[in-house]
Design a protein around this ligand. Structure first.
Ligand SMILES: Cc1cc2nc3c(=O)[nH]c(=O)nc-3n(C[C@H](O)[C@H](O)[C@H](O)COP(=O)(O)O)c2cc1C
Length: 203
């Protein structure tokens, strides 16, 4: 037996609840952008993935707020750049607080007392504490659905990975400890990692 859900009979909120329950856990892009007055805007986005690896392209789905673009989307389209940070699980409270809909002139970075440092190839600063920060140049924006969600695709022009996390050309996931989102105020951390040995046995 299954519960059968016909999207045509669900309202927007029910569709949103369904998909934020189905696509779990979602990694979080903690995105800094530049407001036109030079302040640094910061917000988390969990509808995100990489869409190509050569070149490296990352995509973030940014919804609208009362029909208008969120500050992040507006800033990215104006400045044509952003920085995507991976948040460590210990930063969960800061990530959650940075999603507050502050007015565009208020910098979440200043409000939350976060430290930033200059990026190398984009003007948008990056978060000093982030284990990974990706400097990105805007590649494309596509609009989807009745709510006009914008799928923002950025090309990674420089990746910063904290040195102790990068070994043999790979990122040590068990030390990265990324935060993931479930829905609303629910989050997850990565549980026990396992791998398959060449003989197919689980190690
Ligand atoms: C963990 C987390 C993940 C989120 N993911 C998304 C997302 O994928 N897309 C989106 O439009 N909003 C998402 N939000 C909501 C935005 O962060 C929120 O609307 C924020 O105020 C946008 O900030 P801005 O107006 O400065 O861009 C998320 C919120 C949280 C707490």
């Amino acid at each position: 037996m299954t519960v059968q859900l016909d999207p045509a009979t669900l309202d927007a909120a029910a569709c949103y609840r369904l998909m934020t329950g189905v696509v779990v856990p979602r990694p979080i892009a903690w995105v800094s952008t530049l407001h036109e007055d030079g302040r640094v805007n910061l917000a988390p986005f969990s509808c995100y993935t990489f869409v190509s690896y050569e070149p490296i392209l990352v995509g973030i789905s940014i919804g609208r707020r009362a029909g208008a673009p969120k500050d992040t989307a507006a800033n990215i389209q104006r400045e044509r750049e952003f920085v995507l940070q991976v948040a460590h699980e210990s930063e969960a409270a800061l990530v959650h607080a940075s999603a507050e809909p502050f007015p565009p002139t208020v910098s979440e970075v200043e409000q939350l007392g976060l430290r930033t440092e200059p990026s190398r190839l984009v003007r948008t600063p990056r978060l000093s504490t982030a284990p990974v920060a990706l400097e990105c140049a805007l590649e494309q924006v596509m609009t989807f659905g009745n709510a006009g969600s914008q799928f923002v695709v950025g090309r990674v022009v420089l990746a910063h990975v904290r040195d102790e996390l990068y070994r043999d050309g790979k990122i040590e996931t068990d030390q990265l400890r990324p935060l993931a989102r479930i829905a609303g105020p629910s989050y997850a951390t990565i549980g026990r990692l396992f791998r398959f040995r060449p003989n197919g046995q689980r190690g």
